[in-house]
Design a protein around this ligand. Structure first.
Ligand SMILES: Nc1ncnc2c1ncn2[C@@H]1O[C@H](COP(=O)(O)OP(=O)(O)OP(=O)(O)O)[C@@H](O)[C@H]1O
Length: 220
């Protein structure tokens, strides 16, 4: 993968994510974590090589085939990308409404999830009036509310204290138990150690895969 005519920021990256697995994605700042996530949520096509998502070769998708695939992927962006004119509740409700969920169920379901992440008192607040950590939790709630097949999160605990960080990790684990494949990009070594899931390590655009509890295997 390269941006425009720039240098390749990812090369010799080869892996398969088995459905229902849980991975941490790590690597120094600038190693390419966000770029790899961008390929995985289909926002960027590879400049060479193959990306297959849910059995489809991404390069051969026709217009119109991409949105249904994207709807199966929940994303927590590093900068949240919340809609400022919508309340916390309406931000999280959006993917459910887009998917055609019945309005009678939407509010109750969203309020329950927001309460679970500690935002029960802020349902009607706009993102700009909330702290970075509170905005991050709205972004996480929005990404998980539809129970996606794949959840990608870029530093999802970067703005919260350890207690809330652990709670959010448990939320991802619950989702994982329901079958969602999870990839979390993080610098948080303590969290990686404590949860012990398989680790994908990027170094200068190259990937190493460290299985749960195992040694390093270079896959390329
Ligand atoms: N939009 C862009 N245009 C051009 N180059 C980019 C762009 N985004 C990232 N890069 C470059 O791609 C490389 C990888 O960046 P990326 O953001 O993927 O790293 P990262 O591992 O996520 O870093 P961090 O931990 O700091 O978020 C860097 O050299 C960066 O300068």
């Amino acid at each position: 993968m390269r941006y425009g005519n720039g240098p390749e920021v990812l090369r010799d990256v080869s892996f398969t994510l088995e459905p229902g697995t849980f991975h941490f994605l790590t690597g120094a700042s600038g190693a390419g974590k966000s770029s790899l996530l961008r390929l995985m949520y289909l926002a960027h096509r590879p400049s060479r090589g193959l990306v297959t998502m849910f059995g489809h070769d991404v390069a051969s998708l026709k217009r119109g085939e991409l949105p249904p695939l994207r709807r199966r992927i929940g994303v927590v962006f590093q900068n949240f990308r919340l809609l400022d004119h919508l309340s916390a509740l309406d931000n999280v409700a959006l993917p459910l409404r887009v998917a055609g969920a019945r309005e009678s169920q939407v509010k109750e379901h969203v309020a329950e999830l927001l309460s679970w992440v500690g935002l029960g008192d802020h349902l009607n607040d706009k993102p700009a009036t909330l702290s970075g950590g509170q905005q991050q939790r709205i972004a996480i709630a929005r990404a998980v509310i539809t129970r996606p097949s794949l959840l990608l999160a870029d530093e999802p605990t970067g703005n919260v204290d350890d207690r809330i960080g652990m709670r959010l990790l448990h939320l991802f684990e619950e989702l994982n138990k329901l079958g969602t494949t999870i990839v979390i990009a993080t610098h948080n070594e303590m969290m990686i150690e404590r949860f012990g899931y398989a680790r994908m390590v990027l170094d200068k655009g190259m990937l190493q895969h460290l299985p749960r509890g195992g040694g390093a295997t270079r896959i390329a």
